[in-house]
Design a binder for this molecule. Sequence first.
Ligand SMILES: N[C@@H](CCC(=O)N[C@@H](CS)C(=O)NCC(=O)O)C(=O)O
Length: 239
Amino acid sequence: MLAIYHFGPVANSLTPLLCALEKGLEFENRFLDSRRWEHHEPAFQALSPEGMVPIVVHDGRVVRESTVINEYLDTVFPELPLRPADPWLCAEMRVLTKYVDEYFCPALTVIGAHGATPFASQIDKQEMQGILARMPNDEVRKKWETVSATGYSDEELADARRRLRNCIARAERQLAHGEDWLLGSFYSLADIKWYSMAPALPRVMPDDCNEEEAPALSAWLARMKARPAVRALENYRGR
Ligand SMILES: N[C@@H](CCC(=O)N[C@@H](CS)C(=O)NCC(=O)O)C(=O)O
């Protein structure tokens, strides 16, 4: 039995959902409503002690970390492989997924979390203290402390945007080969990982991520959106 716990088809949660859909896997949809703080409930934190999504439970064992989860799924369910057989290409793929984990995701998180300021800042202060106290991960708690107070500063937002401009440039360079996918003709876990973040770019960076300024990335986004598995993600916005 395979179950995917997620916040819906966005950001890190999208990663295992899209992998499972691409591979045609059957899985239980365990949607958690982040706005109701369902990921802080004891039953979920028994599976995910950091109180974070996504996780998968496979045959009674928990796998955490979206990039690790996808490599696990591709190993355990080897049909329709999403990692290239060539070791060098596979190393390139892992450089691309690592970049998202270490650089792209943290930068986008600042902008995304800042966007939640209107939601978080209207929560009663005392209630928010209780919510913050239940957050086991210090970085996540610090983020919500910031967002429930003032949000991020102009300097922090500008720095996040600088990093996102680098991500756009990185994608343009990667796609300069002119083929369909990040590694060339082979659709891989790198495409899935980048797609967990990249759809936000035209919205949050409209001057930098558009067909004129970032033609290769824009065309790749359009190709991704046309994939049946990507379209099927819409079915996972709730329970
Ligand atoms: N490195 C982790 C990051 C997971 C992560 O940041 N998850 C976010 C959602 S995208 C989360 O659970 N946040 C909890 C919160 O904001 O309260 C992964 O790739 O799985």
